[in-house]
Design a protein around this ligand. Structure first.
Ligand code: NOJ
Length: 518
């Protein structure tokens, strides 16, 4: 099948707006800053920009607690800045994906203020209010993903929040909630956005009987609160699919738009989010590479299982990093980060990059007194904190790494003077230039994006597969070991190696990957 749609052929790039580019010296990135960097993104060769939330917010969860869905927080700019950014994106032939957060609002959203104001408020049923248990405690055992009970008492009742108590969950069984939220989609679609990434898509609707979750038998005292239970009744409920289909219908009524779902689920459940007749999300995010052991066998298994579980006609996608997970270069090391780049950009399906991956950015250790992320503050030392992967983009070796003229909201990497766009651009064999070459190769060869994937095999430390269409055939060979390995390879030169500065020979070097055109 030849892919023709932009979100199939193109590469997506996630921007965490606080950390991409500051234009006004307050130490926090903003929309004008993103606009200043569009030429960089266009040159890199990506197609779609996904911007994490920039809407008015008390910032309890850095923008994932929204108090007005249809505006821009002054920290990030204005609606006029947004319109200018969108126009500039489109001028360059790029697409814009917004973050849509339907599961919860801020506790400062006017809807919640009204809802909590009285038991008989017309908006009472817009959120999940329940009477206390007979002992006066929370209505059931559902826990927050950020630790502690998911229920907070407010007056005589409790309200449920999958995340912070400042993020009350909406009641998606209420038709007025659906209408109001679909109107939010229309507000941005009318302005011309090209799609949405839907936050915690699988959590949107809960068990109508609010049944207790079973204990997770695999949990230990060290596991985070939310991992102590199996989230059977508060996530991935069958009724969620109707909502996804309705969202998709709203997008389809605007033509060629893209619906992406944030979904941390096993493959057999993940693929149900493509929907009946593929009328659900076009790209249910596949996060399995972020959670897998990083060796040839484990990854071959992931590719094979995923491909086998995809419904007919469903388009795959791959992600190696986002603003909630340790950066790939820290998780697997800088050697394997190059292999990750080659893997991500040669697999079948849309790749999504996370800003800074292309320069090999690593997690930045954040001292306790500088921690910003509520997930870390609520459960210190459990590895829940996400500040390390959210530090400012490293543009150059000047003051503020070219990110800001002020004091960055999160400290910069100690190595930004070496690891930055300007410096790496001039190093022929840098990871940045590897990304550029990989992206160019993928963009120029349909076999590498829309072609079939064949012959996925893992032998010792080496993963190999082919990408094939009517016009071409590519072989990809990746060595996951830090030692050289001798493998059968075509005698001709590779079209690309992870080790750009080294001529190929018949051995794969430590952490070397090669792409051959057959
Ligand atoms: C998932 C987002 O990616 C994460 O950053 C956020 O904290 C939660 N959803 C709550 O919105």
């Amino acid at each position: 099948m030849q892919s023709t749609l932009w979100w199939q052929a193109g590469i997506l790039y996630e921007i965490y707006p606080r950390s991409f580019q500051d234009s006004n010296g307050d130490g926090i990135g903003d929309l004008r800053g993103i606009a200043e960097r569009l030429d960089y993104l266009a040159d890199l060769g990506i197609k779609g920009v996904w911007i994490a939330p920039f809407y008015p917010s008390p910032m309890a969860d850095f923008g994932y607690d929204i108090s007005n869905y249809s505006n821009v927080d002054p920290i990030f700019g204005t609606l006029a800045d947004f319109d200018a950014l969108l126009a500039a994106i489109h001028t360059r032939g790029l697409k814009l994906i917004l973050d849509f957060v339907p599961n919860h609002t801020s506790d400062q959203h006017p809807w919640f203020l009204e809802s909590r104001s009285s038991l008989t408020s017309p908006k009472r049923d817009w959120y999940l209010w329940r009477d206390p248990a007979p002992d006066g405690g929370p209505p059931n055992n559902w826990v927050s993903n950020f630790g502690g009970s998911g229920w907070t008492k407010d007056g005589s009742q409790y309200y449920y929040h999958s995340f912070l108590r400042q993020q009350p969950d909406l009641n998606w069984r209420n038709p007025e909630v659906r209408k109001a939220m679909f109107d939010v989609l229309r507000f941005w679609l009318d302005r011309g956005v090209d799609g949405f990434r839907v936050d915690v898509m699988w959590m949107m609707i809960k068990d109508s009987q609010f049944r207790d979750n079973p204990i997770n038998p695999a949990s230990t005292p060290e596991t985070s609160a939310s991992a102590r239970y199996l989230a059977l009744y508060n996530t991935n409920r069958p009724e969620v699919h109707e909502i996804v289909t309705q969202m998709r219908a709203v997008l389809d009524s605007f033509g060629d738009r893209l619906l992406i779902g944030e979904l941390y689920l096993p493959f057999e459940q993940l693929v149900t989010y493509y929907g009946v007749g593929l009328k659900g999300a076009q790209l249910p995010f596949n996060f399995h590479l972020m959670q897998s052991a990083w060796n040839a066998q484990a990854i071959a298994e992931i590719i094979t299982n995923y491909e086998a579980d995809l419904p007919a006609g469903a388009w795959p996608n791959w992600v190696v990093g986002n603003h909630d997970q340790p950066r790939i270069a820290s998780r697997v090391g800088t050697g394997l980060a190059r292999i990750a780049a080659m893997l991500l950009l040669t697999l079948r399906g849309t790749p999504t990059m996370y800003y800074g991956e292309e320069i090999g950015m690593t997690d930045v250790p954040i001292p306790v007194n500088e921690v910003q992320d509520p997930a870390e503050k609520n459960e210190p030392g459990k590895g829940q904190g996400r500040d390390p992967e959210r530090t400012p983009m490293q543009w150059n070796s000047g003051p503020g790494a070219g990110f800001t003229t002020g004091k960055p909201w999160l400290r910069l990497s100690a190595s930004f003077d070496e690891v930055n766009v300007a410096t790496l651009t001039h190093q022929k064999d840098s990871i940045l230039n590897l990304y550029r070459e990989l992206i160019q190769l993928r963009n120029e060869n349909a076999a590498l994006n829309s072609g079939r994937i064949e012959g996925v095999t893992a032998l010792d430390t080496v993963l190999r597969y082919e990408r094939v269409d009517d016009l071409g055939r590519f072989l990809i060979v990746l060595n996951f070991a830090g030692t050289p390995v001798s493998v059968a390879m075509p005698s001709r030169a590779a079209v690309l190696s992870t080790h750009l500065d080294q001529p190929g020979d018949s051995n794969l070097r430590p952490y070397e990957g090669r792409i051959f055109q057959l």
